[in-house]
Design a protein around this ligand. Structure first.
Ligand code: E4P
Length: 218
């Protein structure tokens, strides 16, 4: 499973990119607003900091507006993926952009039928929002599993399942078990994945025993 980081904060992105474990970035208008920066400047910096795909969301809601914005965003860097909402206009834009050879991430997916439509429209990625489903008492992981099954039923559906709206480390494990191709994860959750108290305790003991030998390796 690929790991994308879900943020527009360039410092967080640079820090995580240094691990070599980051496969891409997703942003959205709320995350861009948090940075206080102009979107085009922030996007250019993010695209330069990572080799992988960087999702940049259109703000227009009509087909023509989305296409015009997509042109500007795609011109910023080769690794920009155009993110469009799961509406009829968004699906039309997805189809038109994918015919042009652009990669498209269809966002705000909350049902398997929506995911089916996005795949038929040529989406590179579908973004089911699991946390927001959990928030209203539904089961986000079930949705990932349903989409996985549907896409696997048809060879022609090559869209990657990008599990989004992840809030906890356990959700990362769950979406991996459900067969997501990608998880986009907030920086804090991504950093927390490495943590286990037994790792810390074990390392402490090894180091104490090693020190007692008086040896050095180099
Ligand atoms: C995905 O592309 C979105 O940016 C994101 O995962 C939304 O997460 P949230 O529901 O925690 O805002």
């Amino acid at each position: 499973m690929k790991f994308f980081v879900d943020t527009a904060d360039i410092d967080e992105i640079r820090e995580l990119a240094e691990t070599g474990l980051l496969d891409g970035v997703t942003t959205n208008p709320s995350l861009v607003a948090k940075t206080g920066r102009h979107f085009r400047d922030a996007l250019a910096d993010i695209c330069a900091a990572v080799d992988g795909p960087v999702s940049a969301e259109v703000a227009a809601t009509d087909f023509d507006g989305m296409m015009a914005e997509a042109e500007v965003l795609a011109g910023i860097a080769d690794n920009v993926v155009i993110k469009v909402p799961l509406t009829w206009d968004g699906l039309k834009a997805c189809r038109a952009l994918s015919i042009q050879g652009r990669r498209v991430n269809v966002t705000l997916c909350f049902s398997a039928n929506q995911a089916l439509l996005a795949a038929k429209a040529g989406a590179t990625y579908i973004s089911p929002f699991i946390g927001r489903l959990d928030d209203i008492g539904a089961d986000g992981i079930d949705l990932i599993a349903e989409i996985r099954t549907i896409y696997d039923n048809y060879d022609a559906l090559t869209t990657e399942v990008l599990a989004a709206s992840i809030r906890t480390p356990v959700s990362v494990k769950q979406v991996a078990l459900a067969g997501a191709d990608v998880a986009t994860i907030p920086p804090g959750v991504l950093k927390a994945l490495v943590k286990h108290p037994l790792t810390d305790i074990g390392l402490e003991r090894f180091l104490a025993d090693w020190k007692a030998t008086g040896q050095t390796i180099v």
